[in-house]
Ligand binder design. Structure first.
Ligand code: ZN
Length: 249
């Protein structure tokens, strides 16, 4: 079974379309949240997830953009984008966002899906120190998570632990790196952000979970970043949200 795992699409339709084309035929799609917020095409992105995803987990931006919680705690740019997104979304899509479950949610027999930490949806897992407690306490052997917009992961077996960061050869072509996800080891895996990468690589990030092979493919794919930027500017969203896409940060 090949599972396409996506996180932090953030209303970036151009990036999402490039990812779907690059991934090709898959058996399932798991969406780890922050479908909207920042980008200029929230309805188009929500419509695609409604049609394609079998598993959905809400993110903090989804929650704020559909009015479940306020934007208190967001920086001014994020708050402005959330208010714009809430106005732009159709009633049906607002309701779909309100109904998204809080993680962790079951993916398959071995893996769960979360937005932030499997222990709390809003907690960032950036370092091995952040990963340590969730690796011990999570209820599944594998948890896919997002929220940090940084592709990679953490594994732990007894006293051995590793941080797994894919290293790529280029900055402008589609690339893939494969990591083993062996049984008997606990794994936290972040597919990276589709729509607003922050690991200094502007290419859209995603992962494919190969359940039979016990492997994860990390992918990066170029997309029409200029079109995504033009859409953000045309929508009257803050210019910073357009500028940062080209830098991947
Ligand atoms: Zn996000």
């Amino acid at each position: 079974m090949r599972v396409l795992v996506l996180s932090d699409i953030h209303g970036n339709l151009q990036a999402l379309e490039a990812v779907l084309a690059s991934a090709g035929a898959v058996d399932f799609l798991w969406n780890l949240g922050d479908v909207v917020g920042y980008g200029a095409n929230p309805n188009e992105v929500v419509n695609l997830m409604r049609a394609l995803a079998q598993v959905n987990v809400r993110g903090n931006h989804d929650r704020v953009c559909c009015g479940l919680t306020t934007s208190q705690g967001f920086n001014p740019v994020a708050a402005q984008a959330a208010a714009w997104t809430q106005r732009a979304l159709t009633g049906e899509n607002l309701q779909w966002l309100r109904d998204m479950p809080q993680g962790p949610v079951i993916g398959d027999a071995r893996a769960m899906c979360a937005h932030g930490s499997p222990l709390h949806e809003d907690t960032y897992i950036v370092t091995m120190r952040d990963a340590w407690t969730p690796l011990q306490q999570m209820e599944s052997e594998v948890t896919f998570f997002g929220h940090t917009h940084v592709q990679g992961g953490f594994s732990q077996r007894d006293h051995e632990w590793h941080e797994n960061r894919p290293h790529y050869a280029t900055t402008d072509q589609a690339e893939m790196r494969v990591f083993d996800v062996p049984a008997g080891t606990r794994h936290l895996i972040n597919p990276g952000s589709v729509g607003q990468p922050r690991d200094r690589d502007w290419r859209a990030a995603y992962a494919i979970y190969d359940t039979e092979g016990a492997k994860v493919e990390f992918h990066r794919v170029p997309y029409d970043v200029r079109a995504a930027q033009a859409a953000i500017r045309a929508a009257g969203l803050p210019d910073r949200l357009a500028a940062r896409l080209a830098d991947g940060r």
